[in-house]
Design a protein around this ligand. Structure first.
Ligand code: BG6
Length: 501
């Protein structure tokens, strides 16, 4: 059970503290934890980066990042902000420069003496993935992984590897200096309250589980759509694409939580044992099946009103002949007792009409249709698990329209998370950082899960790379991606749900 008392004094060393992730997510999350009084008395953040600057200049930088990305808190709690800034330190470290790690070690020793704490340290890799191995190596070379004077934990951002082989390589490298229990592979989707709530919805209530299987479920649809393009992340994204950026990690993890068996007890190992089994049961998509089971797309320049929305190939850092996908739709199956032959549809894309992440369980029709001829189409009943926005759950079913006859209309019975508590839903990074501070890895991805999802993804990416006949479909911004994605469904009447924000 989580308790503030379990958080020991510690340092968090952020590699890449001047970067985007640190400014947008990590520092605001840590500031929020400070305001909520979660951080221990003796706590310090040591930012590192290639920039030369002293603590005071760095504090000004952190302050301006917080005033931009944590504006409400910065304005509301000016005193707390000053206190928090006093806990932030900086040391120039060039990640490829081995000697700088000797400097880092000395700096940490000095801070340890100054603050009179044990050397419990979280190392946060908020750096480009190609540097993970180098930094891990340099930490080990300078004994910064040793637990002689306190625990050491490493948080590694996604993407964890670039393929199955490179994920194994990275894992081996990390294991040279760190035990599995010290490695935290972050997937911020698992830190989302609403993703965790899928487990509570399923396993706390008696009435969902009996129908959560092939007998009652017709298909499952998982969508993560975004309204924005790649913005200033073109350089990274062009080497990644939607498959590596969203599907291999976030969406397969959500799928695993939706489809897992109930764990025997609610602890880290039991939960992660069950989610990995789902990933292991994914029916492999062979190269020859890719054209029928996977659709990839890329957004193109589009005129919207008087404006032109930029196409992917015109984005900064993107090759003008790039074949990188900004949209993916997949039809897959989970070959196990519960889900045999139930199709799972996964879709994600950028520049779509709405920013929505949701899971839709489409239930089968009632076995005997008494009212069929009375309504034109008969939609399935749906259970909609809304992850973002309007986090919550909705059940969609048919009701009689009052008046003569038996006309049926689908209605929604919905619950919004915002109605449950007045305080705001914690950001995923707040939850995940806290978990790492107490040493709970339940919501972090385990090595076997990461490797298994690469195993599923690899053949698809290889087919795209090797077979020029597999099309890359272009789609206009502000549409739901290439219309070819509809062909993944088994009949021509079924289409993707078009969720609204
Ligand atoms: C990140 C991806 O991991 O998740 C981004 O790299 C994506 O491309 C983001 O925009 C989506 O996260 P969220 O929490 O906004 O759904």
């Amino acid at each position: 059970m989580f308790s503030k008392k379990n958080i020991e004094d510690h340092f968090i060393v952020i590699f890449g503290s001047n970067g985007d992730l640190s400014k947008r997510k990590l520092l605001p999350a840590l500031f929020q934890l400070y305001i909520d009084d979660f951080l221990p008395k003796k706590f310090a953040i040591l930012g590192t980066g290639s920039m030369e600057k002293d603590d005071n200049i760095n504090r000004e930088d952190v302050k301006s990042a917080l005033s931009e990305f944590s504006a409400k808190n910065s304005n509301k709690y000016p005193e707390k902000l000053e206190e928090f800034l006093n806990k932030v330190y900086y040391k120039k470290v060039q990640n490829k420069n081995e000697e700088d790690f000797e400097g880092l070690k000395n700096h940490l020793d000095k801070l340890t003496e100054k603050l009179d704490v044990k050397q419990n340290i979280i190392y946060y890799f908020s750096i480009p993935p190609f540097l993970y191995e180098t930094v891990a190596d340099n930490l080990v070379k300078h004994g910064l992984n040793l637990e002689t004077d306190g625990w050491k934990r490493v948080i590694v951002e996604k993407p964890f590897g670039y393929s199955y082989a490179t994920a194994i390589e990275l894992d081996n490298k990390l294991h040279e200096g760190f035990d599995e229990s010290q490695i935290y592979r972050i997937d911020h989707y698992l830190g989302k309250e609403t993703v965790q709530n899928i487990m509570v919805t399923r396993f706390y209530n008696g009435f969902f589980e009996p129908i959560w299987n092939r007998k009652y479920v017709d298909r499952v649809e998982i969508t993560a759509s975004e309204k924005i393009g790649v913005g200033d992340r073109g350089g990274y994204y062009d080497t990644s694409g939607a498959m590596r950026d969203m599907v291999q990690n976030h969406l397969l993890q959500v799928l695993a939580v939706v489809a897992m068996e109930p764990p025997v007890i609610f602890d880290s190992d039991s939960i992660r044992n069950e989610t990995v089994k789902v990933l292991q049961a994914l029916r492999p998509i062979k190269s020859s099946d890719v054209p029928n089971q996977v659709v990839r797309g890329q957004y193109i320049a589009t005129k919207v009103g008087d404006n032109i929305m930029q196409g992917y190939r015109q984005e900064n850092g993107v090759s003008p002949i790039s074949k990188t996908e900004t949209f993916v739709a997949i039809k897959t199956y989970i070959d196990n007792w519960r889900w045999g032959d139930v199709p799972f549809y996964i879709r994600t894309g950028k520049q779509l009409p709405a920013r929505v992440t949701e899971v839709v369980i489409h239930l089968k029709h009632a076995p005997h249709q008494l009212f069929k001829q009375l309504c034109l189409t008969q939609p399935n009943n749906m259970i909609i698990l809304r992850i973002h926005p309007d986090a919550g759950i909705a059940i969609d079913f048919g009701m009689k329209i009052p008046g003569a006859g038996y006309k049926v209309q689908n209605v929604d019975m919905s619950f919004k998370y915002a109605d449950l508590i007045e305080t705001k839903i914690p950001e995923a990074y707040e939850r995940l950082l806290l978990d790492c501070m107490v040493g709970d890895s339940t919501l972090y991805a385990r090595a076997d899960a990461v490797k298994t999802s690469w195993k599923f993804i690899d053949p698809i990416i290889q087919a795209w790379e090797n077979d020029n006949n597999i099309p890359l479909f272009f789609y206009e911004c502000n549409t739901w991606g290439p219309k070819e994605a509809d062909n993944l469904f088994e009949d021509k009447y079924t289409t993707w749900r078009e969720p609204e924000e």
